[in-house]
Write a protein of this length. Structure first.
Length: 477
């Protein structure tokens, strides 16, 4: 298939076979010791086998602060397990794999959190050294590069933020002050791994908090990162502590406020909603003579959206977290023209909720009890409706439409599609039960619906019966 999505890209000697990235997404599959186990290896091997070009392993701590089931690169004892992970990925594919290494500050169940102004200059010096040491370990473990986590609520990002309250040379009053720590970290990391090892960074294109920085400053941050010699820039947004909502008895979760909603956008937010930010940053870099690749995330699991972002030059890599969690074979299915067989993420954010409660992160569309996505089976067949096409019915109220259909043998879930007037049908939701309510109808419009059954590995039935409804105008019209 002739798509920009499947063009290789050389990143400082790391040749990724396509432009599909699995960005860092915490799994909580390891134990509190932080060692790689078989479940962790299976999660990342599935991305490799499924055709993902660049796999970024979940945030991996460079220090020993407690944080539940989190992978670590803080001591040499973690190297053998990490080597098992990289060996497996390289064995099953030509995918490249890099870890995202992270420093985070302390948080408590009371809602208290440590802030950057509570760190001494000596603490900062230790952090700089810890990043360099961790980078050396991951190179020894066989990774193809390393990504520094300077996004969301964590230490590097908190120094970079306009909310940085420090008043010294690392302070938030100036952009140069906010950049100082990551500049020193990059120097430490590059010294540890050399110039021939890709060193990359993830940071926020927008903070989405009150008085947080916007794309106007992130263009300048990106320029400085390019000047520092980073090998790719991975753009995220939000995920900040400043607007987080505290749940009594649990540590503060930085994805619980509006900035968290923008970081992991739910079904009500637009598709591809951050591509415009990448386009501005990419254009700024090009205008200043930098060819550094830019990756962008944010509801890009529809192949049309991903390809459009690349074809227009808005970004060089598309980062798809939840879509690849739902279907790790996304890349192979797109490449082989099996678009209908993709298990489509419906952005229900069950995975986000599991992360917030420190439970193993799975997809709600997988079979109940599964810790991993079902394997794609080469000879499996799609479920097929009987002659009545599922007997789809639609019940109207003055403000909603409820659909019901009969159970389809072999279907693990159902995809609901809707068209408005003469417009093409669009995917609306994926459900495991045989009913669904549309709460976004508008009186005076005509709607048509159909449902497709889907096997556990993604094989989709043909569309079932259709149901057409004409919504009455409300009484106030």
């Amino acid at each position: 298939m002739n798509m920009k999505l499947f063009q290789p890209l050389d990143i400082n000697g790391m040749l990724i076979p396509n432009r599909i990235m699995a960005p860092a997404m915490v799994t909580h599959l390891c134990d509190e010791g932080g060692m790689v186990n078989d479940e962790v290896i299976e999660r990342y091997a599935a991305y490799a086998e499924g055709g993902t070009g660049l796999i970024v392993v979940e945030a991996m701590a460079i220090h020993q602060n407690k944080s539940g089931a989190l992978l670590r690169a803080s001591e040499d004892k973690f190297i053998p397990g990490l080597r098992r992970l990289t060996a497996r990925v390289h064995e099953v594919s030509d995918s490249k794999i890099v870890p995202q290494i992270i420093h985070f500050m302390k948080v408590a169940r009371t809602g208290w959190r440590q802030t950057v102004d509570e760190l001494s200059v000596e603490d900062i010096d230790v952090i700089v050294d810890q990043f360099g040491a961790a980078a050396a370990r991951v190179r020894e473990a066989g990774f193809d590069g390393v990504e520094l986590h300077s996004a969301h609520a964590y230490t590097l990002s908190s120094f970079l933020s306009r909310a940085n309250p420090r008043k010294d040379r690392y302070g938030g009053d100036t952009l140069e002050g906010r950049l100082r720590l990551i500049g020193r970290v990059m120097e430490s990391v590059r010294r540890a791994v050399g110039k021939d090892f890709p060193v990359c960074v993830r940071f926020n294109a927008e903070e989405f908090i009150k008085n947080g920085y916007t794309v106007e400053e992130s263009k300048l941050i990106a320029q400085r990162f390019a000047e520092l010699g980073f090998d790719y820039l991975s753009l995220s947004v939000g995920g900040k502590f400043e607007d987080a909502v505290h749940t009594p008895g649990q540590v503060l979760f930085p994805y619980s406020g509006y900035s968290g909603d923008r970081c992991m956008p739910g079904e009500w937010l637009p598709r591809g909603l951050h591509v415009n930010l990448a386009a501005e940053i990419k254009a700024h870099l090009v205008a200043h003579g930098f060819k550094i690749p830019v990756a962008i995330a944010g509801k890009l699991s529809d192949p049309r959206d991903a390809e459009k972002a690349l074809a227009r030059g808005d970004a060089d890599i598309v980062a798809i977290a939840r879509g690849l969690l739902a279907d790790p074979a996304w890349g192979n299915k797109v490449k082989n023209g099996q678009i209908d067989d993709i298990v489509q993420c419906d952005y229900c954010n069950v995975c986000k909720t599991l992360d917030g409660t420190h439970k193993p992160v799975i997809c709600s569309l997988w079979p109940q009890g599964s810790l991993q996505a079902p394997k794609s089976l080469p000879h499996s067949e799609a479920p097929q409706w009987s002659e009545d096409g599922g007997g789809l019915s639609a019940k109207l109220t003055e403000s909603s439409v409820t659909l019901r259909w009969s159970k389809l043998a072999g279907a693990a879930c159902y995809d609901v599609y809707r068209s408005v007037g003469d417009a093409p049908s669009q995917f609306m939701d994926a459900v495991k039960i045989c009913n669904w309510t549309d709460k976004t109808v508008l009186g005076g419009s005509r709607y048509q619906y159909y449902v497709r059954g889907r096997s556990a590995d993604g094989r989709a039935s043909k569309p079932g019966a259709t149901a057409q409804v004409d919504m009455p105008l409300p009484e106030y019209m």
